[in-house]
Design a protein around this ligand. Structure first.
Ligand SMILES: [Zn+2]
Length: 318
């Protein structure tokens, strides 16, 4: 089996899962706008479940939790039907029901799913590479305009070259960069996700164990860990040498209670001197509003965290 092509299969599946998540969020917003009652039941369900996840480490778990969740699920289905939606409209979206787009099936998810095999065969035939690689090597500075940033004589391209270098230095110093946490923040379409993935690619090249996922996927992992009583997936996020979380702040506001979950993770990783890269479209002020001053000041402590501010105009709009 060609590892490079296999990696592409896994990347494609990860992209698909991210797409599924966006569709799930879109549906949730659509439905709750039309029928706020569904939003209320979902919020109650989420708060209870997540409070249980959070307290599962210390306190007795909420009684009859599964029973309650069952009741709420039925209530949501009924409301969906009454509002002209299919019952399963808010269920997880996936292209392959067998593996839920993970690419693996069976006990411990060890066996490659047919969909992944087919994709592999297709790519092998095409000679692989259907998507440009996101790496420091493939970084193309010319996509950034040569217009000066407002109030400066530095162009967006020059500025991005500095940011890129800081990110590459960080990646090369793994697993022991001077500041273990790296925060990439700024508007959308400025190259944050690209550089986050380039750091991931460099870590893999250098055999630094790394996990990359979206803030949404993290919440899902936390939830699944709770329901399956299987902490392995969540433990992996606490223990991996490098953790990259993309799109912090896009997780639904309903799940605000997970702020605690997310920052437990980040704090524990900081205490264990492990490396974490975060990207967000939020400004520092918005981050503070969302995750509280206390949490942010801890996260952004200058000895532990390098914060890079992405500036300029959205290059995806061109
Ligand atoms: Zn499948």
């Amino acid at each position: 089996m060609d590892n490079r092509i296999m990696q592409e299969v896994l990347n494609a599946l990860a992209e698909q899962r991210a797409k599924n998540e966006r569709e799930e969020m879109r549906r949730r917003q659509e439905v709750t706008a039309k029928c706020p009652a569904i939003g209320e039941v979902m919020a109650r369900r989420q708060q209870t479940v997540l409070a249980s996840i959070y307290s599962a480490f210390q306190l007795p778990v909420e009684e009859n939790l599964e029973e309650k969740v069952h009741k709420w699920n039925a209530e949501i289905k009924l409301l969906l039907k009454q509002n002209g939606y299919p019952e399963d409209y808010l269920e997880p979206v996936c292209q392959c029901a067998k593996c839920e787009d993970t690419g693996y099936v069976g006990e411990g998810k060890k066996v490659l799913c047919d969909c992944a095999r087919n994709l592999y065969a297709q790519l092998l035939e095409k000679g692989g590479v259907f998507e440009e690689e996101q790496s420091f090597e493939a970084y193309d500075e010319t996509i950034f305009p040569e217009t000066p940033l407002p109030g400066t004589d530095v162009t967006q391209r020059q500025y991005m070259n500095v940011i890129r270098r800081r990110c590459e230095d960080y990646a090369n110093q793994l697993p022991h960069p001077a500041q273990r946490t790296l925060l990439l923040y700024g508007g959308s379409g400025l190259g944050k996700t690209y550089l986050l993935r380039a750091i991931h690619a460099r870590a893999r090249e250098n055999n630094v164990p790394a996990i990359c996922l979206t803030a949404n996927a993290f919440l899902r992992t936390a939830r699944e860990a709770y329901f399956s009583r299987d902490q392995q997936a969540l433990d992996a996020l606490y223990e991996t040498e490098l953790l990259l979380i993309d799109d912090l702040g896009t997780e639904p506001m309903l799940e605000n209670i997970t702020v605690e979950q997310l920052f437990n993770l980040i704090n524990e990783r900081q205490n264990a001197r492990l490396c974490t890269v975060l990207s967000t479209n939020l400004t520092l002020t918005e981050l503070k509003a969302r995750y509280t001053e206390r949490v942010l000041s801890r996260l952004l402590d200058k000895r532990n965290c390098l914060a890079l501010h992405f500036l300029g105009e959205d290059v995806r709009l061109k």
